[in-house]
Design a protein around this ligand. Structure first.
Ligand code: PMT
Length: 226
């Protein structure tokens, strides 16, 4: 589309889960399928952006015309994002990054002799916060997956994480959010006067939700860079 506010912009997107190795055959992960992040990548590409998609392991094929960078762990995802962020106008963090990784990954397969075992975990880097706190950050868009008080947490994250836009996902409803083909969310941002604004996106296919998020992001980008 000629009137697209995203035309010619470099957009960097994270998607999918991350996998944190326990030993050579086991890992910790979560239920993200990558569908939401891939939908954003496909729609951003269709709206004329140059898209780089940094993705954890998924069953999905890269959308046509999108530069896919495949990663496994949170640290690899951060490294890939940092390698591509310099020329990005907009960064969208849609990945469900594992919050913790193993303190030490076993080099050999762990034997199952003991009745109980303990894994020591250490906190992973927050990719979105790392990027938002760079000296010259791209415009940052975050997701919030909450099960309660969604609006409250989202508005707080918007300010604390220095985001332009946040898409709040109520993941307590298992028919939307993780792994499903549809989603519903509420977008939060600050208008030019600094007031909090919000827009509810009713339940729809992830491609439709993705387009609405991108149009809002494009509008905010235009306001900031006119
Ligand atoms: O992949 P699907 O099956 O389609 O599901 C889509 C989704 C539910 C995963 C997606 O819509 C979504 O909500 N993604 C964000 C999930 C999440 O991890 O939210 P959070 O509240 O833990 O994180 C907040 C934000 O910080 C997110 O933008 C996240 O990408 C980012 N983050 C979090 C932790 C971390 N270590 N690094 C990050 O960048």
């Amino acid at each position: 589309p000629k009137d697209s506010p995203l035309r010619g912009l470099n957009i960097l997107i994270t998607a999918g889960p991350t996998r944190e190795a326990i030993d050579p055959v086991r890992y910790l992960s979560n239920h993200s399928s990558g569908k939401m992040g891939y939908a954003l990548a496909a729609q951003a590409q269709r709206l004329g952006a140059n898209v780089t998609l940094v993705s954890g392991p998924t069953q999905l094929a890269a959308p046509e015309g999108v530069n896919l960078v495949a990663v496994e762990s949170a640290q690899e995802m951060l490294d890939a994002v940092e390698a591509h962020v310099a020329d990005a106008a907009i960064f969208i963090a849609c990945a469900a990054v594992a919050d913790y990784r193993l303190a030490a990954v076993a080099t050999d397969k762990i034997k199952k002799n003991a009745d109980t075992m303990q894994l020591e975990l250490v906190k992973n880097p927050d990719i979105l916060a790392t990027i938002a706190n760079r000296p010259q950050p791209p415009m940052c868009v975050g997701f919030a997956a909450e099960t309660q008080d969604v609006a409250h947490y989202a508005a707080d994250k918007l300010k604390r994480k220095k985001l332009a836009l946040i898409a709040a996902n109520d993941v307590s409803d298992s028919s939307i959010g993780f792994n499903s083909d549809e989603n519903a969310m509420t977008l939060f941002w600050h208008n030019a006067k600094g007031e909090l604004e919000q827009k509810a996106l009713d339940r729809a296919p992830k491609l439709t939700i993705a387009e609405a998020i991108l149009r809002q992001a494009g509008e905010l980008y235009g306001e900031r860079n006119h």
